[in-house]
Design a protein around this ligand. Sequence first.
Ligand code: SAH
Length: 404
Amino acid sequence: MDPSRIRQVKPRTEGWNQRKDAEGRPLLQFASPKRGKPPVHLADLTPEERVAKVKELGLPGFRAKQLEKHYFEHRTRDPERMTDLPKEGRAELVAGMLPDLLTEVRRLTTDGGDTIKFLWKLHDGALVESVLMRYPGRITLCVSSQAGCGMNCPFCATGQNGLTRNMSAAEIVDQVVRANEVIEAGELGGKRDDDHSAERVSNIVFMGMGEPLANYKRVMQAVRTMVDKKNGLGMSARGITVSTVGLAPAIRKLTDEDLPVTFALSLHAPDDELRDEMIPVNDRWKVDEVLDAARGYYEKTGRRVSIEYALIKDMNDHPWRADMLADKLLARGKGWVHVNPIPLNPTPGSVWDASTPAAQREFVRILNDRGIPTTIRDTRGKEIDGACGQLVVTEEDERAAVSA
Ligand code: SAH
């Protein structure tokens, strides 16, 4: 059939309610608005800087190691439990090195307790969310890297409020430590026995609020702390997924870090004509450039790249687009990539629908037939607005935060 005769829903005319610039284009915010900085925390510092800071506080450097053990391993922030530290000055040391960063405002649970969405208040009142999910054999935490987001994608709820600010490295890491605390307390469902002391978050996805590569330095510091076996959380890099809207220069920079994390690219359209409308940063870095950068990541790290593709009814789910996507991926080789379509999750005010099951199946079939491994992403937390693209601060959240 002539592709031009297939219905084409346009992002621009339907449902676009993000902030716009003078020309009516969605406003992109790369720079973080200036706000009071969160207190400096152990997880913002390199191991050497931690030792220096402890000495500054008038204590021998080895106290830094003890604090690391309490925080990362024992998930303890309570000075009362740190009995290996001298009682004299202990509270001041802990306040100076492990200041409180996240205040829990609210917790929503679904999937019989297997999924928990947390709403956190930061020191300046900014609000962020993280989502904790138990799967057979792994526990995944979806973390936020910014309060809000400046990338303005029309189908994603987070962009609707713009960017509040970058999160610090420690604010990112603390989401993991706090989740580990909750797991240890037996508060995540689906447990098999009563001993949770060995259980912790095994996988991280940077798919919460924010564009991780727009907060590059702090996200890298957070990732390094997550994978540091000696002075950090000791997680495996391949269990950490960094997902980006496609900031090509930052992807190339990430390629040169010695950090074999899993890399995911939110492509959502294989053609610039549509991607320009769906992903406003496509104005700067086009489909071919981001795909080249993604391929470069694979070449350097050997890690298979993941392509995210939110399937939206009659917008980007046409069979010809599946073929065009296959063409563009295969033009860059075989075996380097897999495609992870996800039926669109509803967001407030959105007029778009997820693709029909038949359209989803057809899209997946075409890619698989072309030799590109493609699996629909299992989503969690839709009922609690905790699924991909649904994280946004609501008026109800703001009200709850006032009393928290
Ligand atoms: N800024 C990063 C991470 C954000 S969210 C990025 O763009 O990759 C993680 C994934 O959820 C992205 O692929 C994003 O495009 C997708 N997403 C956003 N809104 C969605 C929605 N309403 N339904 C399904 N997926 C969505």
